[in-house]
Write a protein that binds this ligand. Sequence first.
Ligand code: WTA
Length: 661
Amino acid sequence: MADDQQRIESHLDERRVFPPPVEFAARARVASLEEYERLRDRARDDPEGFWRELAHTLDWLEPFHSVLEESPPFVKWFTGGKLNLSANCLDRHLAERGDRRAIVWEGEPGDARTLTYRELHAEVCRAAGALRSLGVSAGDRVAIYLPMIPELAISLLACARIGATHSVIFGGFSAEAIRDRVNDAGARVIITADGGWRRGKVVALKVNVDAALDGRDGHGCPTVEKVLVVTRTKTEITMRADRDVAWADALAKGGDGSPAALDAEHPLFILYTSGSTGKPKGVLHATGGYSVWAGYTTRVVFDLRDDDVYWCTADIGWVTGHSYVVYGPLLNGATTLMYEGAPDSPDKDRFWQMIARHRVSIFYTAPTAIRAFMRWGDEFPARHDLSSLRLLGTVGEPINPEAWMWYRRAIGGDRCPIVDTWWQTETGGILISPLPGATPTKPGSCTRPLPGIEADVVDRQGVSCPPNVGGFLVIKRPWPSMLRTIFGDPDRYVKSYFSEISIGGKPVYFAGDGARKDADGYFWVMGRVDDVINVAGHRLGTMEIESALVGHPDVAEAAVVGRPDELKGQAVVAFVTLRGGKTVTPEIVAALGAHVVKEIGALARPEEIRFTDALPKTRSGKIMRRLLKEIAAGGQVRGDVTTLEDMNVLNRLAQQGSDEE
Ligand code: WTA
């Protein structure tokens, strides 16, 4: 029902088309639809030539001899080539724009720091030297668990400089989640801070790292040798003499900070993300292809120019922060703004105040944030001069047309184009998006694939769906910034992305998203079709939350589904069966919530826990999630109030049906 309404609404929106504003298009990098189509056709007809040309926008230390080597579904890009991403972000800008601001940073309490390209370069060299002095070398993994402070960007760049593969862990993850990730990656070093600021409170990061390292038996993470600790909040922490090193001391000691010449396929980073099954997957990206696409997409999608001040509000703990806070903007010599805290700290106009203060011209955020701003009201943006803005972007989940329209009016002053950018941790960079000077936009659609990207919506058999018929969103040809594998588990790579859909006998990349294309070839992403839910733009695997719940001694069985949520897109609803003899009490509800927070992090805490004496299952014993989704969506919101539902009835009903699920 809700789905039908959404579909009708979006069909109406197809008729609402916003051409690129004339003034914007006049100065844009890609300035007309014809120009976009020319690029697209060029990329389709001569992919090698197209990719080669893009790759040559980077500085190579040794030229590559081939553009793409495939042994499907595995790929290698720009083989033979050597480069350094950090040098491409920093060193090559020094001569012409050394004094230009690279990072403008604001802390939540109001402290600020600006680093020019020259200053950032110096810091990164010192950090790279410090890592080398600690014994880190190319190919080693370094885990990073930091708040949104300049040292986070510096750490990424320092790792990239020496060829250490970084694995950033979002600051909202718990000690247990850190341990899983650090162990899977086999990290030798962790970089963390005493704490970070969030809504006036300190988030205790070092304490979580200590707990992860101690583990249950005192040997939580056997591969970790050193922990580098940045002082941020001055909260009291314990430093273990044989293991923990103060960031400032390590940097002061010095070391070799020169950029290593790395193979194009050298593993640049691992980023863990949720899938339908099991533990989070370590998505692995390679240096050359990732750099090429991060640089190109930032340049054309955000139409970056020298006088821009660019702000992507994502945390660097997620892929958006990797590609569009750090690497993409710096590859282009741009000024990137970084903010540590919450959007409503100290008040609900913090973002607008910052846009006015820093004269931000490009602003990129998530639909969840936009919906929250909308709910808070027009008065907050109206207090500030937002006339510096010229382009708005959104990412992370489908945006409802109402929020799109509000964003355009209340933030963009009906003047700024909006780029709704579709992509994933696995894709490394944006794949489907308007080019703001060229593509007419429709509220709620991410429009058309970027040049070089062959996307389609197909059915299970791999046949293109007719206009407006929903299907699976697939990418039919490799692109440079695609993931190379799941770290340590190539079979899972094949199984997760290339086993579901084939076209003409050849498996194609299936992203996990459902979508439709309209009569103009515009993509409308409907959301995940697997057991991944998207809560406030954060990807969560229902299975991960289930296994956290089942790990609690009082729980016999658990099933987790997403429920549509006006603000967050989706909310986590858990159906739980308690072990015999246990009764539902407010204490148990609280304990289960706390348990999920401990196992994963606050972002996964169920919005609602519903207790039942049995879960509806097919005859073959599979939990009928579709049914649970309907129950979760249809039921009243009960918050923490608990009920015991008689699922036996449903169960019997369900069994009379088919075993299709
Ligand atoms: C969703 C974030 C609709 C999608 C960059 C995808 C979107 C998942 C959009 C990836 C968009 C991202 N419109 N849905 N513009 N952008 N998504 O890995 O379901 O955190 O599969 O990467 O977010 O989330 P991830």
